[in-house]
Design a protein around this ligand. Structure first.
Ligand code: GLN
Ligand code: ZN
Length: 720
């Protein structure tokens, strides 16, 4: 496609950070007896062979603010590194070379490797991962020497931490790492490119990156870090290093504005000369779907939207066109540039994108719309009367087991082989079963079970205007798992109610309160591809207004408890702390906008999981939801203590059992958990619920574990 620097070692059987751990022999002792793919997949997914092996996997973590999960390797003072024989980077370089393709092997850089890794629980206290730096760098030097000997001309070391806030110690370690590396590979021909992405380089780190010894080029993300462009150029100018400019967005699905990109590259060329400028995507294309071909080929393809988009394959041609335009003049790629201008203008001006009524509504938002009518204690009194719940009330987080037959029903309905009324009948049957099941277990606040939902974001996306869907826009989440995020392309609104009918039906079957179940604006935003022609804040608030309407409609339909899930609220945090407050302000406002349209008596719940909230406690408190459920069964006391420290004023339901396992947590374990809660929270603010939804569980274990949960609540209730 006209790409000069072709990366290699970027394909992974599971995760490329795990690949690096294996390349450098950072194998935790419990896997030491394993080898090859057994070893690799045991670390990734665990390995159980009756009678011989039984090792759990390493936990996963989200890679910066993406939905990609990597495997952080645990380190201890005893960790040693040694370059694997015939390591993957060398193997894959040689494989490509044999095909006549000179590649630029990629691997995560030594500093980011250590910063992404985890200090093992077994490590002595006070252990610093950076104490392993020199022994690790020496193995990088060995790898780079092998690649040099194999004929590689460049190596790419990813150092995304350079866009983060670094401590003085970490900054110094960067210099030490690269000084040592340079001293070991000094005489070699191979050149080093250090890649940064997901944010711009603020001035200290920009100076640091361009001063790293032995580095020949630095890659910068000009999509997320455009405001650091001039600074980067000025700093680069004082050195002899090249700059790789990430002008095509690797994190989103929109066509690049090529004339804008050409302008940026030209500006760099004027300052540095063409020889020192590389054109690239902003980050790895791992975060983009593969190719638009499959979209175009689909029946009833949305050709207008496809014309606005560009997936990984198309992004490569964008990079090539920009390069050509700068090298040989715009005339040399006139056709491509003209077509691009047409597509880009069409997206910016399309009536599908702009909905004046939505924009007007957003402008008209008043502070009263983001505050509940009364403060929490007043609401609590009204709700206590209305709901009449026992102490230590029990509830679940929303979904119940999604069995194969349920998934089949939804799929057949989508395909059209089940008609609307038959589909509704089947789902109502399912809802009735779930309601009876909960009544039998004696749960206090019921849910309808979310049987109609494939995915908590996709379901709402499909019903909102301004949100589209790709047929095959899959992006890797972890291992072989992929997600297909909705595409928020325009002003968002809610043409009609999305959940009211199901919830109302469920409520009609029981005298207990039925909890309405919605996905919050931030989670819909974070788990979608989002339009880039307006600040994310506006898009979040438009979604919030749509959710608000649903909340108000649920209330009008007689629903007294409404849960707005926000598992992704923390995920949206900017990478740099200096930007946190601005984000948290509009994030909190968006949640409030969605939740505050109701009367005092309507109890608003929210649910969060996957993350530590200790550092965003202010925001959590400002959400002012009446009841908040959080994932907590597996975490230590730290999270509960954070709520204790802030004397969290509202009600809290820290999960009493882990939902990721088939194992039925015994009552004694739940009791210990509730005792811990009582030591941190006011007892009359505690709810008893699972960590998260039960959709990945089977019915049998669900029944057993919920029985234990309700029994636990009853024992505490009796003693209260
Ligand atoms: N209500 C959702 C469910 O129960 C919440 C899922 C989540 O937090 N990830 O499935
Ligand atoms: Zn959850």
């Amino acid at each position: 496609m006209g790409i000069d620097h072709i990366p290699s070692n970027d394909f992974s059987l599971y995760d490329h950070i795990l690949d690096a751990a294996v390349t450098f022999g950072a194998i935790p002792p419990r896997y030491a007896s394993l080898q090859g793919l057994d070893l690799y997949f045991a670390m990734a997914r665990g390995l159980q062979r009756p009678g011989s092996v039984d090792v759990a996997s390493l936990p996963m973590s989200k890679y910066f603010d993406t939905n990609y999960h990597y495997v952080p390797v645990p380190l201890t003072p005893a960790t040693t590194f040694s370059l694997a024989a015939n390591s993957k980077p060398v193997q894959e370089f040689l494989e490509a070379k044999a095909l006549g393709i000179q590649t630029r092997p990629y691997i995560v850089g030594p500093m980011s490797f250590l910063l992404l890794a985890r200090a093992s629980k077994d490590a002595t206290s006070g252990f610093s991962k950076l104490s392993l730096l020199y022994s690790l760098v020496d193995q990088y030097a060995a790898l780079i020497s092998e690649l040099d000997a194999a004929g590689a001309e460049w190596i790419q070391l990813d150092e995304p931490h350079l866009v983060m806030d670094l401590s003085a110690q970490e900054q110094a370690a960067y210099t030490e790492a690269y000084t040592r590396l340079a001293s070991k590979i000094g005489g070699k021909r191979i050149k080093v490119l250090v890649a940064t992405y997901f944010e711009g380089l603020e001035s200290q780190n920009a100076e640091l990156a361009f001063a790293l010894p032995g580095v020949h080029a630095v890659h910068v993300d000009l999509v997320r870090g455009l405001d650091s462009f001039e600074r980067v150029l000025a700093i680069a100018q004082k050195t002899d290093k090249s700059v790789s400019l990430g002008v095509v967005d690797g994190r989103n699905v929109w066509k690049a504005d090529l004339s804008h990109a050409v302008g940026l590259v030209q500006q760099a060329v004027e300052v540095l000369g063409a020889k020192r400028v590389i054109v690239a995507s902003s980050c790895s294309l791992l975060h983009s779907p593969h190719s638009l071909d499959a979209e175009k080929a689909a029946t009833n393809a949305d050709l207008e939207m496809i014309d606005w988009m560009s997936f990984a394959v198309e992004k490569l041609s964008e990079v090539a066109v920009v390069t050509k335009a700068v090298n040989f003049g715009s005339q040399s790629v006139k056709e491509a540039l003209d077509a691009n201008k047409k597509s880009v203008t069409s997206r910016l001006t399309s009536t599908r994108i702009h909905n004046p009524a939505v924009q007007e509504r957003l402008r008209a938002v008043t502070p009263a719309m983001t505050t509940r009518k009364s403060e929490y204690l007043t609401r609590r009194a009204v709700q206590t009367k209305l709901l009449n719940l026992p102490k230590y009330p029990t509830t679940t987080i929303g979904s119940f087991p999604q069995t194969a037959s349920l998934r089949r029903i939804r799929a057949q309905f989508k395909k059209g082989s089940i008609k609307q009324d038959e589909y509704e009948r089947l789902l109502k049957e399912e809802i009735a079963t779930v309601v009876k099941f909960q009544e039998k277990l004696d749960i206090d606040v019921l849910v309808h079970g979310e049987a109609e939902r494939n995915d908590m974001v996709e379901y709402f996306g499909e019903m909102l205007s301004g949100v589209g869907f790709t047929k095959n826009g899959w992006v890797q989440s972890y291992g072989s798992r992929c997600v297909k995020p909705p595409v928020i392309y325009g002003d968002v609104s809610r043409p009609s109610a999305m959940t009211v009918a199901w919830t109302k039906y469920a409520q009609s079957l029981t005298s207990r309160p039925m909890k309405g179940m919605l996905t919050g604006p931030l989670t819909i935003l974070c788990w979608s591809f989002v339009r880039d022609d307006q600040p994310r804040e506006y898009t979040a608030k438009q979604i919030a207004l749509a959710v608000r309407d649903e909340v108000v409609d649920l209330e009008a339909a007689g629903i007294k408890v409404i849960q707005i899930d926000e598992p992704a609220i923390r995920e949206g945090l900017p990478l740099r702390r200096g930007k946190w407050n601005a984000y948290l302000k509009w994030a909190v406002d968006s949640f409030l906008l969605a939740s505050c349209g109701v009367q005092d008596g309507t109890q608003i719940h929210s649910h969060m999981c996957y993350s530590d909230f200790e550092d965003i406690m202010d925001a959590i408190i400002q959400l002012d939801c009446d009841v908040l459920s959080i994932e907590s069964a597996k975490s230590d006391l730290k999270l509960l203590q954070a709520f204790q420290e802030r004397a969290y004023p509202n009600e809290l339901g820290p999960g009493v059992f882990d939902i990721h396992t088939q194992r039925v947590a015994p009552q004694a374990e739940m009791k210990t958990r509730v005792d811990q809660m009582k030591s941190c929270l006011a007892w009359d603010r505690i709810w008893i619920n699972p960590d998260c939804g039960l959709k990945t569980r089977g019915w049998e274990e669900t029944e057993a574990v919920l029985k234990n949960m309700v029994q636990t609540a009853k024992e505490f209730r009796a003693a209260a």
